[in-house]
Design a protein around this ligand. Structure first.
Ligand code: UN1
Length: 505
């Protein structure tokens, strides 16, 4: 453990505020970081107070004023070197992710790979921040739009993707000419410290150490301050719907921009002709992977009544093979939940299942005999129809399986929840596929065919509708949110024609 920590430049007692330089916070409250794997303390971090937060923002603005003048392709070269540094440290960083949040190693490394991928994407993007040119209705006039850097971007991240989600925002914002202020989850500050330190090192060698800044807190105060801060034009926040609601409200009240990526309640639809092999492996990764703690995790399965019993049987057989334990060990597929609060939420949901008419057919228990009390069994619930629990997002590996009659029935159930992040259908019937993907189909930000709901690639825009918050991050044209658009009109003639043919003389 100590080897990983020191290899990644993390001290046993680290500062929790980095602006143009690392800050020592006098009399700081200490945040104790424990591994969910065995409950042991990994390191301590000083919590940023409001004074150090304020210095970080001032620094970030100062750096922004210089960074925005660097040509975008040159900014891209800094990000290229960050991608290389991430590649060099992928193994160590992946291990740290596992240690700090309990993901299995393959997923810990996968998360760093996601950060590398978005860095690569951002390098290409640095030469493609295109604006459109329009034909002016006025003679001897030219009209076009251009995209300028926006300012310091606040990035609030959750524990479950302690590196990748920040990278989706930060790599893109940096090539757009913005600076970044990161407020990581109090449950995963060490990955943030390590990733941030690596990025700062690269940025420093180009003269921009404060391009990436960081403030660590132990509760919601810093996030609330960031949301209310008029010096921060855009705040991107990932986490629960209730957190997003308050961030969105506060940013909205000051007419700032927010990018919200909040809870999901993702469903797969399985039609009678589905390839059961794909269904089982897709659901297994989607529902059990990351111990059900992805915003894209599969929580609901709508299975055609003809294959309902068969599907449950096969899922139970697959779940039985899942090795639960220390996520750093080979062969383990499921590690611990992040915190006792998550275990409590799992247990509360399990207790409600029979009361609401569901039946636990697999799992439902805490796993004993492991190094911490945070390990739970992945759980399958048979529900003849929708039960109220299914409308909530319990951030734990619980899967509700409901029989359906046809694709329209499934689409109606898929959409009948407050959240709208990811969805999927398993079938070979192209008519059903097209119905599911049509304007009257799934209402989610992501709709997949013959694959699960999680594990999105960075190339597409990532996010969802309704209570999921409406924001989009990562690929496609998400970059536009981190820039300000300017429409320019140039008169190169010697008369002054007005638009709409108005004569004003
Ligand atoms: C999240 O859980 O907040 O699509 C993000 C996925 C990952 C990202 C999840 N690439 O499952």
């Amino acid at each position: 453990m100590h080897k990983i920590i020191s290899a990644l430049n993390i001290k046993e007692r680290s500062s929790g505020a980095f602006g143009k330089t690392e800050m020592d916070i006098a009399g700081a409250k200490m945040l104790l970081v424990r591994s969910p794997i065995d409950g042991k303390e990994i390191a301590q971090v000083q919590c940023a107070d409001l004074a150090s937060y304020d210095r970080v923002v001032r620094d970030s603005i100062e750096v922004f004023h210089e960074w925005r003048k660097v040509p975008a392709p040159e900014r891209g070269q800094v990000i290229r070197r960050i991608g290389e540094a991430l590649r060099d440290s992928k193994k160590d960083l992946g291990r740290l992710v596992s240690l700090e949040v309990g993901k299995i190693l393959a997923e810990g490394e996968g998360e760093i790979q996601e950060a590398i991928d978005i860095a690569d994407f951002a390098v290409g993007l640095s030469r493609q921040l295109y604006g459109k040119t329009m034909h002016s209705e006025r003679r001897q006039h030219r009209m076009y739009e251009q995209w300028h850097p926006l300012g310091p971007i606040g990035v609030i991240t959750a524990f479950n993707f302690p590196a990748a989600v920040w990278a989706w925002n930060a790599m893109i914002a940096a090539v757009c000419g913005d600076t970044i202020i990161w407020k990581p989850s109090e449950l995963a500050p060490l990955t943030a410290l390590a990733v941030n330190s690596l990025c700062r090192e690269v940025a420093k060698s180009s003269g921009f150490e404060g391009l990436f800044s960081l403030v660590v807190g132990d509760g919601p105060e810093l996030g609330a301050r960031l949301a209310a801060d008029t010096r921060v034009p855009c705040v991107s926040a990932t986490g629960s719907c209730s957190m997003g609601c308050s961030v969105g409200k506060v940013v909205g009240e000051r007419l700032g921009r927010s990018i919200l990526e909040l809870g999901g309640n993702n469903a797969v639809t399985v039609l009678a002709d589905a390839d059961m092999k794909l269904v089982v492996s897709g659901i297994l990764f989607g529902a059990v992977g990351t111990a059900g703690q992805r915003c894209t995790s599969i929580r609901r399965a709508f299975v055609h009544e003809q294959v309902y019993d068969e599907c449950i049987e096969k899922l139970v057989a697959a779940y039985r093979q899942v090795k639960i334990g220390n996520p750093l060990e080979n062969g383990v597929l499921m590690g611990p939940l992040i915190h006792q609060r998550a275990v409590d939420a799992y247990q509360r949901a399990i207790a409600r299942i029979p009361q609401e008419g569901g039946e636990v057919v697999y799992g439902g228990n805490i796993v004993t005999g492991l190094p911490s009390s945070l390990y739970v069994e992945p759980t399958i619930v048979r529900a003849r129809s929708i039960i109220p629990l299914m409308k909530e997002e319990t951030f734990a590996p619980i899967l509700y399986v409901v029989p359906i009659k046809d694709v329209d029935h499934a689409i109606a159930l898929n959409n009948d929840v407050p959240q709208g992040l990811s969805s999927a259908i398993f079938t070979k019937d192209m008519r059903a596929v097209e119905r599911f993907l049509s304007q009257a189909g799934s209402d989610c930000g992501i709709a997949n065919v013959n694959m699960g709901t999680s594990g999105a690639e960075i190339g597409g825009a990532f996010g969802g509708e309704k209570d999921t918050g409406g924001g989009r991050e990562a690929g496609s044209d998400s970059w536009k949110q981190y820039m300000r658009r300017q429409t320019c009109n140039i008169n190169f003639g010697d008369t002054m024609p007005l638009a709409q043919g108005i004569v004003f003389s």
